[in-house]
Write a protein that binds this ligand. Structure first.
Ligand code: PEP
Length: 260
């Protein structure tokens, strides 16, 4: 990571885990062991129904709370959807958009674009997930897939709006599998994401954007992944369900090798 130009961010994706009561318990344990240093921003993306409880539980900590999905319409007959206003009113400050688990059921590059624009308009930070499948990687089209996902997600945004965006590179074959990308694999795609943004916007915008790696990150592999120059943090699923593991990943972002 390059602290001179961008923020280090360690974000939890709790997926469909943690009831409001469990979130409270997690925060209680987290507070007891959380490091005091300010070397990274910490985010917890909770299930929608858990957000208000998580916001209350993490009050007076450095943790900000986010959602895991959002709809682009402001209100109306969209049963089951959640608007940006609802997330903001519940206390969320950011939202994951385009996670592969959503792309596998209904999300498209186009809906990711609509959701990203809506999130930014509402003052929410979008954490846009991109990633290739194993088949796409084996066929040698991973770079093409990623650049299309990146360009589609942020098409139409202005340069100032781009400064609010966070990207997460999450190879599908690494999510929840226990097989993480090697630091070199993570770096070459994160660098490619930055190069795609550079071409679509400019060098200043590309330099300032935080790009996270996600996919089986844990306390043992976090430091070497976070030491790569274009990996600015992590989006963590399984390991972020346990306060101690989550805290150890946050600590790994403070290793000397991960500082510059
Ligand atoms: C995720 O789902 O965003 C993720 C990275 O999951 P895991 O850490 O469990 O692979």
């Amino acid at each position: 990571m390059n602290r001179k130009y961008r923020k280090c961010i360690i974000a939890a994706n709790w997926k469909m885990n943690k009831t409001p009561t469990e979130a409270k318990e997690f925060a209680k344990q987290f507070k007891l062991i959380a490091p005091k240093g300010r070397w990274c921003d910490i985010i917890v993306c909770a299930p929608a129904i858990t957000i208000p409880a998580a916001v209350r539980a993490f009050k007076e900590t450095r943790v900000t709370v986010g959602g895991q999905n959002v709809y682009w319409k402001q209100s109306g007959a969209y049963t089951g959807e959640i608007s940006t206003d609802m997330l903001v009113d519940a206390g969320a400050e950011c939202v994951i958009i385009g996670h592969s688990e959503r792309r596998s059921v209904e999300e498209t590059d186009y809906s990711v674009n609509l959701k990203t624009a809506a999130a930014i308009k509402a003052g929410l930070t979008p954490i846009i997930c991109v990633g290739e499948s194993l088949q796409q990687r084996d066929l040698g089209v991973a770079f093409d897939i990623i650049s299309t996902q990146v360009k589609m997600a942020v098409a139409g945004l202005t340069k100032p709006q781009m400064r609010k965006v966070i990207f997460a590179y999450e190879p599908l074959w690494a999510i929840g599998t226990g097989v993480n990308a090697t630091p070199e694999q993570a770096e070459e795609i994160c660098e490619h994401i930055r190069a795609t943004i550079r071409k679509a916007f400019d060098a200043r915008v590309a330099r300032a954007i935080s790009i996270l790696y996600g996919g089986s990150m844990n306390p043992s592999n976090a430091a070497e992944l976070l030491a790569m120059p274009d990996v600015d943090g992590g989006l963590i699923g399984g390991a972020a369900l346990d306060p101690e593991k989550f805290v150890n990943i946050i600590k790994a972002a403070n290793q000397p090798s991960a500082k510059e």
